[in-house]
Structure formats: structure tokens, C-alpha cells
Design a binder for this molecule. Structure first.
Ligand code: KG4
Ligand code: ZN
Length: 365
């Protein structure tokens, strides 16, 4: 019998409190019935980064409102829902716990099945939610907390080809913005400055390009930028608008070139699987960067593969991706009990060795 499933999803692993309802009839495309996101940027802006305790408290205060709003926007009640999906990691543990406790409460009160979702699986399965693409596909996940190349074989089966050994690209954009006195989040500010800049004036390193494989490193870029900035200040007493634009353009170009080359290598590994319709998908907040997007499009055209990037609200953290990933797990027969635990670290590919470093979302997965 063809089954239609309606899943409520909750997300609270970093600085966005979110709830959403997603519905899918077997064999058809998924539909987002509602998606509510309450960001916390203002709460953290005075501290130059996400403060875990403030984030956890704000999630705990906001989650039930988000759930009510998501159900109202979908014109549904809890009795119309088939399962409750919640981000159970990786992320800032206080926030993840807030979401897991809220979902457990709802599950205990209604008797609805509970499904713990890996936040990274939520991002990695987004192209199936938006475009219905088939497995296996190659995913580049680039956000403020994560950066990795994954082959998605199934809803719970991923192979990590490589990832950052230190900062995620979003972190590098945010730190660069801080060093140059630009607004947070840094990605859009640095991208806007870079438009008026000369990417060739300052020569930034292209980290790890001399090493084989798809691992990446971004922490050296901000150190290079700091040295260049300090040298200009020592020579001229300050930065002109053009200096700042040129620094942003050089920094962004280094990220673009590095991601383009590592993506070429990841595509070669992926094509060894002989996928019938090769597809490369990108997700995460950094996927909003138009220079990065167009470089990835060019690489995919070179390699004869399709390229897909979800719309921005589904690239950044949201609960629709969690509801959808939960729906896929539920269809596969997975269920969790009230003993579901919150996990600060939860790699998608359990067989790969842990990555080094730790990002704004805690330990790298
Ligand atoms: O996926 P996301 O919303 O949250 C995390 O899971 O981290 O990503 C946020 C990150 C921030 O570091 C932000 O600076 C970066 O994405 N970002 C961008 C752009 N828009 C957002 N980075 C580069 N260019 C952009 N246009
Ligand atoms: Zn995320």
C-alpha cells in the first residue's frame, strides 16, 4: 500500500531554533508544509560568536512556540503527525539536549514515534527533499561549523572522502570579517567587499593543494590575512577601503580555488562508482557565496556532472531538513526510544577516522 507520511522536525544544534512539517507520499516528491526558524544572532552579537549557554537557554524558551507555529502554518494538529524527528547531534550539547528533551516530551505525551536525526544527514539529504535526486550522489557540505565531501549511498549510509582538518570555511569568513571590522555573519560582508577588490593584489596560500586527497585546511588563511593587514597598518597607518576590498577578494579567491580543486578530486573518486546520473550537490550557509557556487558549477561542467544547490533557506540550518531526514529513517523502519541520547560528536561516516580541530559547533564530525 502506498504510504503518506507527515513528520514534525525540530532543530536546535547551534544558533537557530526551528520546527517544520514535511509530508511525502511514497514514490512522489516531498512537500514542506511549514518551516519556522528563529535565529539568535542578536543574542550573541555582543560576544563575537555563539555562547553555548545563551544558545541552550534560548532554544529551551523558544522550541514549544516554534512547534505551535509550525503546526499552525501547516494547518495541522499533533494527531495528524506520524512521527517526531529531532536533531540528536552533532552540535552544541546544551542546544541539542533542549531539542531532544522537547521531542521526548511530545512523544511521551502523544505516543508518537521518536526519531533521532544526525544534523549532518539533514544537510546531506536536502537535495533529495528539494530535487528528489537519487543515490549515490556527491555532497559538499560547507557551513560555519562543517566542511566535508560525502558520497551519499542511502539515508543512513555515507562515505566521507575528506574534510577540513581545522576551521570550516564559514568560520574563516567570520574571523576575516572580525579582523577587518566587518559585520557578522562574515560571509555576506566579505563577499560584498570582495566585489570591489582585486583578488591578485595579495597572494594568499592555497592550503593542502600540494597533498593528495580531499582534505582541506582554512585556519592559515586568517593568519595570513592578519599579517597582511598588520603590514599595511605599519606602513600606512591604517587601511583604505580599497585595501580592505583587495584583502577580502584575495581571501575569497583562495577559498574558491581550493574548493574548486578539491571538488575536482572528489568528483574523480565519486565517478569511480559509475553513477547512472552523476550529481554533485552543495549545502550549508557558505553555499550562498556566488563566487563559490559559480566555481563549482564550472568544475561540474568540466567533468560532465550535474550540479545542484538548494535554495538558501534550505542551505542554512532549518528543521525541514531534519523532518525529511527523519521521514527517510522512519520509512526505513528506524525508531528511537525515550532513551535517545544527545551526541555532541556524531560522524556520518563512522568508519572514517575522526577529523582534528573543533569548530563553532564543537568537535568536528
Ligand atoms: O549553515 P549555516 O547557517 O550554519 C552552520 O551550520 O554553521 O552557515 C553559516 C555560515 C556562517 O559562517 C556565514 O558567514 C556563512 O555561512 N555564509 C557565507 C555566506 N553566507 C553565509 N559564507 C560565504 N559567503 C556567503 N555569501
Ligand atoms: Zn548546519
Amino acid at each position: 500500500m502506498v504510504q503518506t507520511l507527515t513528520v514534525l522536525g525540530l532543530e536546535s544544534s547551534c544558533d537557530d531554533t526551528a520546527a517544520a512539517v514535511v509530508r511525502q507520499t511514497e514514490g512522489a516528491g516531498a512537500e514542506i508544509l511549514s518551516s519556522v526558524v528563529h535565529g539568535q544572532t542578536d543574542l550573541h552579537s555582543a560576544y563575537g560568536g555563539v555562547v553555548p549557554e545563551i544558545a541552550a537557554r534560548a532554544h529551551a524558551e523558544k522550541l514549544d512556540t516554534c512547534v505551535i507555529q509550525a503546526l499552525e502554518a501547516a494547518r495541522l494538529e499533533l494527531r495528524d503527525i506520524d512521527a517526531i524527528a529531532v536533531t540528536a547531534g552533532p552540535g552544541l550539547i546544551g542546544g541539542v539536549l533542549s531539542g531532544v528533551m522537547c521531542a521526548k516530551g511530545l512523544s511521551a505525551a502523544t505516543g508518537l514515534p521518536l526519531i533521532g536525526v544526525n544534523h549532518l544527514a539533514g544537510h546531506a539529504l536536502t537535495p533529495r527533499l528539494t530535487d528528489g535526486i537519487s543515490f549515490p550522489y556527491l555532497m559538499l557540505l560547507v557551513s560555519g561549523g562543517h566542511c566535508q565531501y560525502l558520497i551519499a549511498h542511502g539515508p543512513e549510509r555515507f562515505t566521507r572522502l575528506g574534510g577540513t582538518i581545522d576551521d570550516a570555511p564559514g568560520e574563516a569568513f567570520d574571523k576575516t570579517a572580525r579582523l577587518l571590522g566587518l559585520r557578522q555573519p562574515g560571509g555576506p560582508s566579505v563577499e560584498a567587499e570582495a566585489r570591489a577588490g582585486d583578488p591578485k593584489r595579495f597572494r594568499f596560500p592555497r592550503p593542502l593543494l600540494d597533498r593528495p586527497g580531499c582534505d582541506l585546511s582554512f585556519s592559515g588563511l586568517k593568519t595570513a590575512l592578519m599579517r597582511m593587514r598588520d603590514q599595511i597598518v605599519a606602513e600606512k597607518g591604517g587601511l583604505t577601503r580599497q585595501d580592505r576590498a583587495d584583502l577580502c577578494a584575495g581571501f575569497q579567491q583562495a577559498i574558491v580555488d581550493t574548493l574548486a580543486e578539491k571538488t575536482r578530486r572528489a568528483i574523480d573518486l565519486y565517478l569511480d562508482l559509475n553513477p547512472s546520473v552523476p550529481v554533485i550537490a552543495v549545502a550549508g550557509g557558505v553555499a550562498a557565496n556566488s563566487a563559490i557556487r559559480s566555481a563549482l558549477e564550472t568544475v561540474c561542467a568540466e567533468k560532465g556532472t550535474q550540479f545542484t544547490a538548494p535554495p538558501l533557506p534550505l542551505c542554512t540550518d532549518n528543521a525541514a531538513m531534519i523532518a525529511y531526514a527523519g521521514l527517510e529513517r522512519f520509512r526505513n523502519g528506524s525508531r528511537d526510544g525515550l532513551d535517545l541520547t544527545a551526541r555532541p560528536r556524531w560522524p556520518l561516516d563512522q568508519r572514517s577516522p575522526a577529523m582534528l580541530g573543533s569548530g563553532k559547533k564543537g568537535a568536528k564530525a
